[in-house]
Design a protein around this ligand. Structure first.
Ligand code: ARE
Ligand code: CA
Length: 520
């Protein structure tokens, strides 16, 4: 149970109210906070509440801007998450994490200073991208790397020279945690995190050798807030806080309290990266007092339902009748949800683009289920886990080209775009009429506005189910839209009878989704 507005409501109803808040905020009106961080300065505690977002992982700024205008805005995406824009390590030799890739994707997670001179483009290009996206109705959320600086190298993309504990003009040795015995030192043997369940080590020791900022220091907090406030000044709406588990609640709250309001006059969205598995104060649940959290436990449940890793059984999505706080996950209104992100697509925790139609199906299902603030991940194709995104000889990332096979572009899949529209349309309607064959076919309605069915099996299935919809002929939004001349793409409409029942054939690893805005 999650309480909101003084009422104790079932989780799903609470989630629906969060979506009302999102709609109202998008329209620019005041509303109560759903995803509160630390108490805000000033008179209001309202925070940004994201609608459906696309995570365009390591897309360069000009490609993100183009995508906002041509695909994301028109497609109903209300936000885009972009990669860490600050100046970072530029490797000059192999070793130290990759003996084969000179410019692995993870260079951007080693900040050197807070100029926006990155692999994705210049500060001017970043600003232009934010303006372009906002004009297209797409808010921008930034991956904020604020727990640490570098773990290797001596020079940055912006041409800055540095050493492990010295970043000219930004930080010197006194701004970091050090190996030692004092209360503010890292007390592990190596100076690194050796025990991920030890609170002291997790907060104050080095994560994979990355120089750990003393985020309890007001000077460091000011420096970090100045960086984030610069981004807010450019029009950014919020942050995915990298390695938030290693900053800890108290320091996160102190940083958040220093942040300005966004151009939409609300406090920024604050989504904390906290891998599950840690006990007590290190758990994702324990971070929901400081912001939203990433749905990293949810990705494993989705993987296990659709594919049952690691055994690679055929999956059984009937279990998804219960998903969200009912299945042990963080509350819907406090979670940035997704099928995968850049870490889990590489580490086996999640389905990924290599799973083909099943991966698309899982994304379509999440948009229908509506748990959390759903996000669709699109990165680049890779063979080894260190591979660089397509880039020039200097590591500068080249334009994303969805026809090249080098970029995954999941957000452009017509079925996913159809479900983004469906998700936005059904809005606050309540899920009902759950039906399953007990194995790999499920369907449900959202109020009287939408119905969707999913088949995670290798053969088409014809089902007769209650859709919750009024009588009529509907177009399957996975493959078509209603037009004056019938369903687009020559697709045959689905008939719903006077009792709300329909007989529908759902293809192998495919979905059928109907909504009233696509009734003929
Ligand atoms: C690279 C090299 C290293 C080298 C280091 C410093 O790979 O060999 O020592 O540089 O020179 C990413 C990459 C890292 C990369 C790093 C810096 O994944 O390989 O290191 O960038 O370039 C924990 C953290 C969680 C973190 C994951 C990866 O809790 O915050 O580890 N995730 C974020 C990002 C990553 C990023 C970083 C943090 C660093 O999303 O992409 O690293 O900015 C259990 C634990 C979790 C643990 C998890 C690891 O579940 O409970 O706490 O997550 O295992 O799977
Ligand atoms: Ca830390």
């Amino acid at each position: 149970m999650y309480t909101h507005l003084g009422l104790c409501l079932p989780q799903r109803a609470a989630r629906r109210r969060a979506m009302v808040a999102a709609t109202v905020l998008a329209a620019g009106f005041a509303w109560g906070s759903q995803s509160s961080g630390a108490p805000a300065q000033g008179t209001s505690n309202r925070t940004d509440v994201p609608g459906v977002t696309a995570n365009l992982f390591e897309w360069n700024w000009s490609s993100v801007g183009n995508e906002c205008t041509s695909v994301l805005g028109p497609g109903g995406f209300r936000g885009v998450q972009v990669s860490a824009p600050q100046d970072s390590l530029k490797r000059t030799s192999l070793g130290d994490g990759s003996n084969t890739v000179l410019h692995p994707w993870w260079e951007v997670y080693q900040p050197v200073d807070y100029n926006l001179t990155s692999r994705m483009g210049s500060e001017e290009q970043f600003k232009a991208m934010v303006n372009t996206c906002r004009s297209a109705g797409v808010k921008v959320y930034v991956d904020a790397v604020i727990n640490h600086m570098t773990g290797q190298g001596t020079t940055s993309y912006g041409g800055q020279s540095y050493t492990h504990f010295n970043y000219p003009g930004v930080y010197d040795s006194g701004d970091f945690h050090h190996l030692g015995t004092g209360p503010n030192d890292c007390t592990s043997t190596s100076g690194g995190i050796e025990d991920f369940n030890n609170r002291h080590q997790v907060f104050k020791c080095e994560l994979v050798g990355l120089a750990d900022l003393d985020t309890s220091s007001p000077d460091v907090q000011d420096q970090l807030a100045a960086y984030l406030n610069k981004l807010i000044g450019y029009g950014v709406s919020g942050f995915r806080v990298d390695a938030a588990k290693h900053i800890g609640q108290a320091d996160l709250d102190a940083i958040y309290s220093r942040l300005h309001r966004t151009k939409d006059h609300v406090k920024p969205y604050w989504a904390l990266e906290v891998f599950g598995g840690g006990p007590g104060i290190l758990s994702p649940q324990a971070f929901t007092t400081s912001g939203d959290v990433l749905g990293l436990d949810g990705v494993k449940q989705i993987r296990d339902a659709f594919k049952s890793y690691p055994a690679e059984h055929i999956g059984s999505i009937a279990t998804l009748e219960v998903f969200g706080s009912g299945s042990g996950l963080t509350p819907s209104s406090k979670t940035l949800s997704f099928v995968t992100n850049h870490d889990t697509e590489r580490n086996g925790d999640a389905l990924n683009y290599k799973d083909g139609p099943r991966y698309v199906l899982a994304n379509e299902w999440l948009l229908a289920e509506g748990y959390g603030h759903p996000q669709v991940f699109s990165g680049f194709a890779w063979n080894t886990t260190d591979d660089s995104p397509p880039s020039d000889a200097n590591g500068i990332i080249t334009n994303a080209d969805c026809t090249s096979g080098q970029w995954t572009c999941t957000h452009r899949n017509p079925g996913i775009l159809g479900m983004v529209g469906w998700h936005n349309y059904v809005g606050t309607a309540r899920q009902a009429n759950f039906w399953t064959d007990g194995d790999n076919v499920i369907s449900f309605s959202e109020g009287h506005r939408g119905w969707a069915g999913f088949n995670n099996g290798a053969a088409p299935r014809t089902i007769t189910v209650q859709t919750g919809l009024p009588q009529g002929s509907y177009c399957n939004v996975i493959v078509s839209k209603a037009t004056g001349a019938g369903c687009s793409n020559g697709v045959a409409p689905v008939s719903v009878n006077g009792g709300g029942f329909a007989t529908v054939t759902v293809g192998a690893y495919d979905a059928v989704a109907l909504d009233r805005q696509n009734r003929l």
